[in-house]
Design a protein around this ligand. Structure first.
Ligand SMILES: [Mg+2]
Length: 392
């Protein structure tokens, strides 16, 4: 496969990209069911798809399903004794969430998805995975990160709220070695492959309607982006939808950040949800550097895809006090943006530190990603100037 380099083995790159690609198929099936049935756990007659976590954020069959699949595939490919994974979802929440019904739905989704694994030349189970197998795979993702060793970082669905609403979300897998992110893979099933299909306020409530394939067999939406540290290149593959789900074509093209360095021409990308970030402060900063275009509001790490691919020039996220950013929400995106030519730091201009466990400890106020150093410097300067007057 294209894009490999020495820190990351060719096999690690290949398995990671294919596993994310395959997992996007599970997400798409679950999202289609969700959007068509609005199936909810409590009181509904449809099979359960959604539950909620302690903090009331949603978690779905697809969050657990993707975690199980990626964990199972990595273990099969490299040996479970060699694989450590830091991941978002907790198996206790699945066991506690009523819900024999929910677990069965996860197990079914996982088996249905792994049946497609041979099309990707990925391992397939000899027999249908049991509840115990699936719970075991989810549970194995119990690494806690840190400065030493080799481990994978997984957000099975980044932007679950967007996912549940039929909108954008991402499957994010990264590999870290000794505290540094060396590989990032981002699956974005609803993100258009071609820029001309990008509509800034596009909703995907009817996913089936938007999954038509073009004459050359490439779907109009859905892509997997990836990059390995030091390669100075990031790549994008379209998701290829066949008659019976996703299939593997393996053709990737190099992507590059935007060449715009004039704030008046630049577009800022920001979170949809206000819960963990501050739009007013972001708007103030954007205003003070003279960012000219309307913001592109996107759920999830798809924002990093937008920067890496040159669809937007600036991403800023300022956490509300008390909220700590987790490594799985950023690891895959950071390496892709940087290798595509972008600059990413905290609001103080320092590199993000992934080496201190599951949180981005020591993060100075927020995260800033830009397509070039010129814009980055202006944004960091504007943040300094605006900070005093903000009440975050
Ligand atoms: Mg998630």
């Amino acid at each position: 496969m294209e894009g490999g380099e020495s820190t990351v083995s060719a096999k690690e790159l290949e398995v990671a990209v294919k596993a994310v690609h395959l997992a996007c198929g599970l997400c798409e099936r679950v999202q289609r069911r969700l959007v068509s049935s609005r199936g909810v756990e409590r009181g509904g007659t449809s099979p359960p798809i959604i539950s909620s976590k302690d903090d009331d954020s949603p978690v779905t069959v697809a969050d657990w399903g993707v975690q199980a699949i990626v964990s199972w595939l990595l273990s099969e490919s490299f040996g479970s004794e060699n694989v450590s994974i830091v991941a978002e979802e907790d198996v206790e929440a699945l066991s506690e969430s009523n819900s024999r019904g929910l677990l069965s739905a996860v197990v079914d989704a996982v088996n249905e998805c792994l049946a497609d694994a041979p099309r990707f030349e990925l391992p397939k189970p000899d027999k249908i995975l049991s509840d115990l197998d699936v719970v075991g795979a989810i549970k194995r993702c119990n690494a806690t990160g840190g400065p030493k060793g080799r481990f994978w970082v997984l957000d099975p669905i980044d932007g679950t709220l967007g996912f549940v609403r039929g909108n954008q979300y991402a499957v994010a897998l990264a590999l870290m070695v000794d505290g540094k992110v060396v590989l990032g893979v981002l699956g974005c099933p609803n993100y258009p492959v071609n820029r001309e299909f990008l509509s800034y306020h596009h909703q995907y409530y009817n996913t089936a309607q938007h999954s038509s394939t073009t004459a050359n067999g490439l779907s109009e939406k859905g892509c997997v982006l990836y990059a390995t540290r030091g390669s100075r290149k990031a790549w994008m593959q379209p998701l290829v939808r066949g008659e019976n789900g996703f299939t593997w074509k393996g053709d990737a093209r190099v992507i590059r950040v935007s060449s715009i360095d004039d704030p008046a021409m630049a577009t800022i990308c920001e979170p949809v949800e206000k819960a963990n970030s501050d739009h007013t402060f972001t708007a103030g900063v954007a205003d003070s550097v003279g960012l000219g275009n309307q913001p592109l509001r996107v759920y999830s790490m798809v924002k990093y895809a937008a920067i890496a691919r040159g669809d937007a020039e600036v991403f800023m996220k300022f956490s509300r006090s008390g909220y700590k950013e987790k490594i799985w929400d950023h690891a895959a995106g950071v390496v892709i943006v940087e290798e595509a030519g972008g600059v990413m730091t905290d609001a103080g201009g320092r590199p993000l530190d992934f080496s201190r466990g599951v949180y981005l400890e020591g993060l100075d106020r927020g995260i800033i990603a830009c397509c070039c150093p010129v814009l980055h410097e202006k944004i960091v300067g504007a943040v300094y100037a605006s900070w005093e007057s903000s009440n975050l």
